[in-house]
Design a protein around this ligand. Structure first.
Ligand code: BDR
Ligand code: CA
Length: 351
């Protein structure tokens, strides 16, 4: 039986590439659903983009479930409440006790100007692709979908979260038995040896909801962290990206347009990467084949206050624990990954 895969995406340019990688790996893995989180875009647009990308790639059989659409203890946007440390701590405690967290405004969550600049207001680099004829599943259904799948498939299920971790944290809060189920969570987020990409300390996905990521690292679940330590080593150059133009398919053209926008952003803001970071596809690749990365076992926490809010760092209170819950990727076989990335995305985009 092929193993099962769920992608939890804030679709997003590299999230869309992660979908393509997963679809191009259909011999190995069965993509049973996509759940929509927020980050690069809000949940409704993440769901819309995931459905549209699936439609473009001819996979109208994969359902898309909207997830939790706001953070546990928001601290950055002016419209958000709960902005003092005390209020944030209370919101986190309330949420851990089964409450709804700290979102106390009628305004829907919206992405930061930084996220909009990286991914374009439409999330997919300004590329125009048709809406899917399908609608997303019921609002907020992602948590229950993941819990049901995890109970059914246990160690045969892999989940790859690549946006705000709120839905994933809620899964383990609502179904604590899952931490012993063998379900594999390989997340894109964090940085252990490098500065962050939204602040000197914080990586984007962790910064969207630091409390959710902190909970995920501490709740007893087994996680693998694919952070900037490795994703910034795997860059897609413009020359490589333009190879898809020769396919002459709508999916190939879409990837070229989208990655052109992403590469422009990177060349302007992080020229040392010499292309765009392949964050989310690397997480999918490592989830399918952990031998692509070398990891360091550690118990992590997320800093929740001060200038380091959003930093992934060792949890001193669990330093002496023999059992390490997170495998942090620190090395990556760059050329093998890039070869697979090109081959699998090409297979998916060929049509
Ligand atoms: C992560 O943040 C998002 O912008 C990307 O989609 C990726 O998941 C990189 O820090
Ligand atoms: Ca993402």
């Amino acid at each position: 039986m092929r193993k099962k895969l769920i992608l939890d995406l804030d679709t997003g340019i590299d999230d869309a590439l992660a979908i393509a990688y997963a679809l191009g790996s259909a011999d190995e893995i069965d993509l049973i659903g996509i759940t929509a989180t927020y980050g690069n875009v809000a949940v409704p647009l993440a769901a819309r983009n995931a459905l549209a990308v699936l439609h473009l790639f001819g996979r109208d059989d994969v359902p898309v479930y909207p997830g939790v659409d706001y953070p546990i203890a928001p601290a950055t946007l002016p419209t958000m409440r709960g902005t003092t440390p005390d209020e944030r701590a209370q919101a986190y405690a309330r949420w851990q006790n089964g409450g709804a967290g700290g979102w106390q405004t009628d305004a829907p969550w919206s992405p930061t100007p930084g996220s909009v600049a990286v991914h374009h207001p439409n999330g997919i680099g300004g590329a125009i692709i048709p809406d899917s004829p399908r609608a997303p599943e019921a609002s907020g259904s992602a948590v229950d979908f993941i819990i049901t799948a995890a109970h059914e498939y246990g160690p045969d299920l892999t989940i790859v979260p690549t946006g705000a971790m709120t839905t994933m944290a809620t899964v383990f809060r609502n179904a604590p038995d899952l931490k012993d189920s063998g379900v594999n969570v390989t997340l894109m987020g964090g940085a252990l040896t490098l500065p962050g990409n939204v602040s000197p300390a914080a990586e984007a996905n962790i910064s969207q909801d630091p409390e959710a990521a902190d909970y995920l690292f501490k709740c007893g679940a087994r996680t693998t962290m694919i952070g900037l330590d490795v994703t910034h080593q795997t860059a897609l150059t413009r020359e490589k990206a333009h190879e898809w133009a020769s396919l002459g398919t709508p999916a190939g053209d879409f990837i070229v347009t989208m990655t052109d926008y992403y590469i422009d952003f990177y060349l302007k803001n992080q020229p040392e990467i010499r292309g765009c970071g392949l964050h989310d596809p690397l997480a999918v690749a490592a989830a399918l084949d952990p031998s692509l990365v070398t990891t360091f076992g550690f118990n992590l926490q997320v800093d929740l206050e001060g200038p380091f809010r959003g930093r992934t760092i060792g949890d001193r209170s669990r330093l002496q624990d023999f059992d390490k819950h997170t495998q942090v990727a620190l090395g990556v076989d760059v050329s093998e990954f890039l070869d697979r990335f090109m081959a699998r995305v090409t297979a998916a985009a060929r049509g």
